[in-house]
Design a protein around this ligand. Structure first.
Ligand SMILES: [Zn+2]
Length: 84
């Protein structure tokens, strides 16, 4: 089963940056929700007991990067569509 996690930004003391961080964190959460819905029943046929992780990382530029980690094999990793 694929685990979807978010890596959210902290809370900067600067108000404008803080608002931006909150918005980016919300975006990360929305992407995580969408991906976990899409991937909830997806598993590797060759390694059904593996525990791959998808991380949605919020960055300071207001964007989110989606990372695939701990995948059992390249075939399965490449088969997962993470475009949102
Ligand atoms: Zn596999």
């Amino acid at each position: 089963m694929i685990t979807v996690k978010t890596k959210e930004l902290g809370k900067p003391s600067d108000l404008v940056k803080n608002i931006k961080s909150i918005a980016t964190n919300e975006l990360a959460k929305a992407i995580a929700k969408q991906l976990s819905e899409r991937l909830k029943n997806v598993k590797c046929n060759n390694h059904p007991s593996s525990n791959p992780i998808i991380i949605i990382r919020a960055d300071d530029n207001g964007k989110c990067t989606v990372l695939k980690e701990n995948f059992c094999c390249t075939e399965f990793k490449n088969s997962i569509d993470i475009t949102v």
